[in-house]
Design a protein around this ligand. Sequence first.
Ligand code: PLP
Length: 435
Amino acid sequence: MNFTPLLPISANVSPQGVLTIANQDLERLAEQYGTPLYLYDAATIHQQVNTLQSLLKQAYPGQSLVAYAAKAYFSEGISRKLAAMGLGIDVVSLGELELALRGGFAPGVLHLHGNNKSEEELAAALEIHAQAIVVDSLDELRLLESLAARRGKNKARIWLRVTPTVQGHTHAHIDTSGANSKFGLHIENGQAAEAIRYARASAWLDLVGLHMHLGSQFFEPEIYSEAVHQLYQLAQSENFQPQEFSPGGGWGVRYTPADPQDAYAPWLEAVCESVIAECARLGWPLPRLILEPGRSLVARAGVAVYRVGAQKTTPSGLRIVAVDGGLADNPRHALYQARYTALAVKQANATNVSQARLVGKFCESGDVLIPAVDLPQVERGDLIAVPVAGAYQLSMTSNYNLAPRPAVLWLDENGVELLQKREVPSESGWWRLPE
Ligand SMILES: Cc1ncc(COP(=O)(O)O)c(C=O)c1O
């Protein structure tokens, strides 16, 4: 199998078949930091960010910004790296907000999402004068208005999250559009229009933009064009000209060679062309366009490294290879049958392979990383690398079975930087980060 398009761009396989990333010996890193171990390749993240930022400048004549969706993976270390790349930031909790500010993101490029934000979260975003609080419901609109009025200081600068009805293809658990979505103000039942009217009439709300996010892991540019059209029809019906417009994130990435091509251009062109066309149709100025990708900026940069433990063959002939991580550091297969590939770090070019089920060490039958993957013969202690591990894995880790969360490393031309230490036991029985 050709792993090149799935591995970080700095990955290399020696003539002996040994995988390195950013010239680092993975065996040495695994010994030093323990396994499971997560690696982020700086070169790949820089490439994704630069590509998207420059394509956006070419395709969109108005003001624009790429904002990173922190939920894909966030820590103080990566917050600092990403802030320095000129990105904006989408946060969904006090924790993400705090790390974004600590990392150096200015409040003016920070927006707060969430379908059920707490009063504390709303108040924090008001306090820092965030670029926008993205209001998700009529209920929240009223709550935010009363909070802003009670504070009596600044108006709440808001976008409305509008839910269009489009039919893209992704797993139901990561599809956020459509009539049953818990997210956003639906167009169909008139709540989005009502929210526009309510916000514009309020003395404490400053409605500056509209937002949509269709879901994640889409490869269909046409659903973005259709959704942009639906939002502009709504805006037209209320004669509301958005100063800012955010079409969300959601562009897909390749997890296996069978997945579609994931170049940014089709997505970006569909979004930019449709916003430009809608504004031309209505005779409105172009809004500031704020993209909000998470997965596509960081997924390919990440590699999860595990050690092989027990192996067996079941009565049905299934070859099982167990590693020392699984569900607790990567619940994506259990949550929505996410697909992956894997390779043996010291046999990265192996052609003599057979099908195996790669499983974790946790007490759940659903603790499967990859149901069927071609692997060479491996032995206890060998390292297995799972590519495209940079998004929605570490951010969804748990301490299930009281497993410690893994260490996370940033690899660049200067060497290795520890983004997150591996957790250690605490007196309460829960794991904590070491001092
Ligand atoms: C509101 C919002 N914006 C952006 C994103 C990022 O999506 P993705 O990582 O697929 O680009 C998400 C992901 O859930 C989201 O909920």
